[in-house]
Unconditional design. Structure first.
Length: 346
């Protein structure tokens, strides 16, 4: 275990950034409770990012801003057509026009434009998913005085992150909800659960390691710290919080603690863990027809909107880790307090 005091928080606890299910409000509530709140920025334009950062800055707590660093795929009309052909029966079922499906990316990688916005705020922590940005962008973040975190799903990825200048590595076990952070080892058979991955990465690195995946309560926190984690990152347990923007259909699904989860590429094109729903059952959670991340969103978006308007989550990305025992419809501060008990004996 190595020092993580640069988080600037009383607790070595990070609220995972969850795009589509939160804004600055959740991060502020978490920060005011003593943990590090996170703002997901991959779906924010410059104006929206600045607005959210102003709210975070005014709250006066340290915070983390998270970005994706994927390489946008080249346009491929034939590939998009195959994906739409897969979805056409659902469009017909709902009386929707497939021609009105959108195209293009729903998530943007970190850029100099985003860095320019960040420079006015100089957040304590900037984290990345899918590796690290180009060296010039990474250097720009470092010059702000921000500490840099990124996710690793294997020891090889963790070593690469350390070599490239990450200040800490998030060990993302297979239990984690949402998108896998893999960038070197995309074969999930090479990835492991948190209890296996975490001690391997701790042994391999000289920088702090943050445990993520399947940690939902105080016992999970205690177990991760015993395996050498310097901090823990928790996402799913915050999805039912009053300050979260989780949709009604997503909230309803999270309350079923026995509902299975699976890794799927149907909603964005990238592998992500969510609660199994109709489209995952009928198409299989992983489809060869889905275009690469993040292009699958355009085709499935109208189906999601139509179903959610009727109160149904059959086409929604119901992101969730495998362990939902910590989910509660309560203020985020209450969730932080429950998780914090896991640090009592550390």
């Amino acid at each position: 275990m190595t020092d993580l005091t640069f988080l600037g928080t009383p607790l070595p606890l990070i609220q995972a950034p969850m795009a589509g299910s939160q804004d600055a409000g959740l991060a502020i509530a978490v920060g005011q409770a003593g943990a590090l709140g996170s703002l997901p920025a991959a779906m924010l334009d410059a104006t929206s990012l600045e607005r959210e950062l102003r709210l975070l800055q005014a709250a006066g707590c340290p915070y983390n801003v998270n970005f994706f660093v994927h390489t946008p795929p080249a346009p491929d009309a034939a590939r998009e057509a195959r994906w739409m052909q897969t979805l056409v029966p659902y469009y017909r079922e709902f009386g929707l026009d497939p021609a009105k499906a959108t195209s293009g990316a729903s998530r943007q990688p970190f850029s100099h434009a985003a860095a320019e916005v960040l420079e006015a705020f100089r957040p304590a922590v900037v984290s990345f998913h899918f590796g690290l940005p180009a060296p010039d962008l990474l250097a720009r973040v470092k010059r702000m005085g921000s500490r840099v975190l990124s996710s690793a799903t294997t020891v090889r990825e963790a070593r690469w992150l350390q070599a490239q200048g990450a200040d800490a590595v998030i060990a993302q076990g297979l239990e984690a909800g949402g998108h896998r952070g893999h960038f070197l080892d995309k074969d999930v058979t090479l990835q492991a659960g948190t209890a296996t991955l975490l001690p391997q990465i701790v042994a391999a690195l000289d920088i702090p390691v943050i445990a993520a995946g399947g940690i939902a309560d105080a016992q999970g926190v205690r177990d991760a710290m015993a395996l050498g984690a310097s901090a823990v990152q928790v996402g799913t347990s915050f999805l039912l919080c009053e300050e979260a923007r989780t949709s009604p259909v997503h909230r309803a699904a999270l309350k079923d603690l026995q509902a299975p989860t699976a890794l799927t590429n149907l909603f964005s094109g990238g592998l992500a863990r969510g609660i199994v729903n109709r489209v995952m059952r009928e198409q299989g959670p992983v489809s060869q027809a889905a275009p690469p991340f993040p292009l699958a969103t355009g085709g499935i978006g109208p189906l999601r909107s139509h179903a959610e308007a009727a109160g149904v989550g059959d086409f929604s990305p119901l992101w969730s880790g495998t362990n939902r025992n910590g989910c509660r419809a309560a203020p985020a501060a209450e969730v932080v307090r429950a998780l914090a008990r896991g640090f009592d004996s550390v």
